[in-house]
Design a protein around this ligand. Structure first.
Ligand code: NAP
Ligand code: HSE
Length: 438
């Protein structure tokens, strides 16, 4: 613990990693040095910085004498706050655990680490009177966790709907606005540096799922195994789906959804139709956005840059300021003490009750539309709107049949889709997208 008389000394900060985010953190610490010192009550001084390659060119604010390739050099330094911006599961988990066990507070941007080990790491922090702060792990520069922890402390979070992956949001925006195919929009996102060369973590939805699990720790006090969260990505979205969704008054967004039902919680990540006029429908490009509904407050919306060196550094350094202040005030562990999680069961996808958009590419012959409607009716699924578009060019071509259902159980709907598939007139898989009233 830093005693009050330590205020006249610097707060010493070590970094694990100096890549995109670490570089941004060093820049922000330097650019705002005086201001941060006045906010904290003591200067923030960098001690050591762990990297893989200490010969690499880095931001000018990173001094060569700080660099080391040995984690022990950082952890055994006289340190008040450890910033983990190296990413990945190991060695990040072991190093963070070691720091917490030694009573050193940790600030991390690592969603994978917090999603998989957050419960254990929070417990370690509490046991050792240290802080564990992880604002940057969700929504980059958007203060969503801080908002949930502090502003919603007097309210009950009913639901969270988030656009939490900028890569998916950029690709879907370009598909909608320019009619690009998924592959072309992804290639463009990669060219512009928004998407990774290996994009599956983003476009298959796992990045958003990790962020949702971290968010649900604060929103619902939930400790959830990220592997149990139903996840769908955006690879199967077709530009035609945007055209058809628009006819019904919707657009398509990739959403991370959480809802507290009291006995259980809903957590799911998937593309969904959202009303064109809704706020989330109009958060475009690489921006992230989160709509939180509080029982007393009602809706509250946060929008901003969910990635990038400086936006993410803003969240990391804000956490460092909080952690340093609570230590200087003689009350380390304040940020972590607000987090109380317990295991909460998830509602399975089969029990989702929603309206659905369905697209069938079918043979163009009499009786097909009737057969679809009959099977849906037999399963108790009520149709709200139905469109059959144009004529097939020849016997090898398909025509799309589009449907919007009334509210129905997903289990019943999926049963009907199996029965429709068995009839032999579908060309390809039926497409199912949930409709979210955000
Ligand atoms: P990055 O650019 O790849 O930087 C990672 C840094 O950690 C590099 O400096 C690397 O050293 C170092 N490093 C990685 N593994 C190491 C190891 N085993 N030993 C020593 N050093 C190691 O990653 P980033 O984009 O900054 O992301 C860092 C974290 O922030 C991740 O958890 C990420 O999910 C999270 N985050 C990133 C963003 C974003 O916009 N980039 C936004 C929000 C959250 P070298 O430089 O020598 O290779
Ligand atoms: N890859 C993430 C995204 C940014 O595309 O939103 C880091 O969390």
């Amino acid at each position: 613990m830093i005693a009050k008389e330590r205020v006249k000394f610097p707060v010493r900060v070590g970094l694990l990693g100096c890549g995109t985010v670490g570089g941004g953190v060093l820049r922000l610490l330097e650019e705002n040095r005086e201001y941060l010192a006045s906010r904290v009550g003591a200067p923030l001084e960098v001690t050591r910085v762990l990297v893989r390659d200490d010969e690499k060119d880095r931001v000018p604010e990173c001094r060569r004498e700080w660099l080391t390739t040995r984690a022990d050099d950082v952890l055994s330094a006289d340190l008040d706050v450890l910033i983990e911006v190296m990413g990945g599961e190991e060695p990040a988990r072991s190093l963070v655990a070691r720091a917490l066990d030694a009573g050193k507070s940790v600030v991390t941007a690592n969603k994978l680490l917090v999603a998989r080990h957050g419960t254990e790491l929070v417990a370690r922090a509490v046991a050792n009177g240290a802080d564990l702060a992880f604002e940057a792990s969700v929504g980059g520069g958007i203060p969503i966790l801080r908002t949930l922890r502090e502003a919603f402390t007097s309210d009950w979070v009913v639901s969270v709907h988030g656009i939490l992956n900028g890569t998916c949001n950029y690709i879907l925006t370009r598909m909608r606005d320019e009619g690009l195919a998924f592959d072309d929009a992804l290639a463009e996102a990669q060219r512009l540096g928004y998407a990774e060369a290996e994009p599956s973590l983003d476009v298959d939805g796992h990045d958003a799922a990790q962020k949702l699990v971290v968010t649900s720790m604060l929103a619902f006090g939930a400790s959830v195994d990220v592997a149990s969260v139903p996840v769908e990505g955006i690879r199967s979205i077709d530009r035609l789906d945007f055209e058809f969704a628009a006819r019904f008054g919707y657009t398509i967004k990739h959403l991370a959804i959480g809802r507290d039902l009291g006995d259980r919680i809903v957590l799911r990540v998937h593309p969904a139709l959202v009303p064109k006029t809704s706020v989330l429908a109009n958060i475009d490009g690489v921006l992230n956005g989160v709509k939180v509904v509080g029982r007393a407050l009602g809706p509250c919306l946060l929008v901003g840059r969910g990635a990038g060196d400086m936006p993410t550094a803003v969240s990391v350094v804000a956490d460092v300021v909080d952690v340093a202040r609570s230590k200087i005030g003689g009350e380390p562990g304040l940020a972590t003490r607000g987090i109380q999680v317990k295991e909460r069961p998830l509602v399975p996808l089969a029990e989702v009750h929603a309206r659905y958009y369905l697209r069938f590419d079918v043979e163009d012959r009499p009786g097909v539309v009737g057969a679809i409607a009959t099977e849906l009716g037999r399963a108790g699924v009520s149709i709200e709107q139905m469109v059959q578009d144009g004529r097939a060019k020849d016997s090898d071509s398909a025509v799309p049949v589009l449907l919007v259902t009334h509210e129905t159980d997903e289990r019943a709907l999926r049963g009907a889709l199996v029965a429709i598939g068995a009839q032999g007139f579908l060309r390809g898989q039926a497409r199912l997208l949930r409709i979210e009233a955000v």
